[in-house]
Design a binder for this molecule. Sequence first.
Ligand code: RI2
Length: 304
Amino acid sequence: MLAVAEKIRNMEIRGAARIARAAAEALENFAKNYDGTDFIGDLGLACRALYGTRPTAVSLWNAIHSIVHDLEGMENEEARAVVIKRAKEFTERSEMAVERIGEIGAKRIFDGCTILTHCNSSAALATIIRAHKDGKNIEVIATESRPKRQGYITARQLMSEGVRTTLIVDSAVRYFMKEVDLVFVGADAIASNGVVINKIGTSQIALCAHEARVPFYVCAESYKFSPKTLGGEYIKIEERDVKEVVDPADVGNARIRNPVFDATPPEYIDGIITEYGIISPYAAYEIIIHQFGQKIMFEKEWWL
Ligand code: RI2
């Protein structure tokens, strides 16, 4: 459990969907291998260890919540069986959602178009790869995505699928926007007011796309929507070790900041592609209510 938490923290396991599935799998294994006497108490500690790793990714909260909600009053054995079953269900649901998003999103990608993507989103890539497999002749411009350069992963994935890909530095986005027909990005979290939190730099790309009248789509499974924002909570933006950016000694020990996500307002988003279909960002509220109802706002997690 702690080994998985550490891999999520140090980004060996990364991407909002992958970390959620890794957490689900870790909880499943924890329940399978548990040989102590206080399963629910120890499960709570495990959930907290996983949840504390990436503060922005609401997919982690949603994965944990969907697996460990309402366990109170259960005996150890019953609770273990429930956790194992729900963890498997979450993983299946997550994989199916990405596939469905691919199917839906690919319909918005037309033959001959150039798509710009940022960072490395499995949901965004599912749509692009699906369009390519459907026989559409497409090209991708992938941003490098400093500081961790997840754009390299994107470029490798797309090239291995046979999608023509050009890698650019993040600051070249406006220069290339005139060649772009569509922007497809992923999401780490979506607030109830339609604000999308994604890799740092996403909001600048949305601004450029808006200026150039290029449609901007977010590909996001329903577990990227944050129920807690409904009750007034903000989404915390993770700031990581500044050494990911540069060695402080190389810049005369100047102050360095490393926020890894930013917020794109709904007015710059043409649609959010979910497994339920393409929705307006202003429909985020309905997606949250559809999944959780309103009582989620006031619920206190037993494991937090
Ligand atoms: P999928 C990633 O975060 C990127 O910001 C990406 O857009 C987002 O998760 C969603 O990825 P990080 O873990 O869930 O690289 O679509 O910080 O794969």
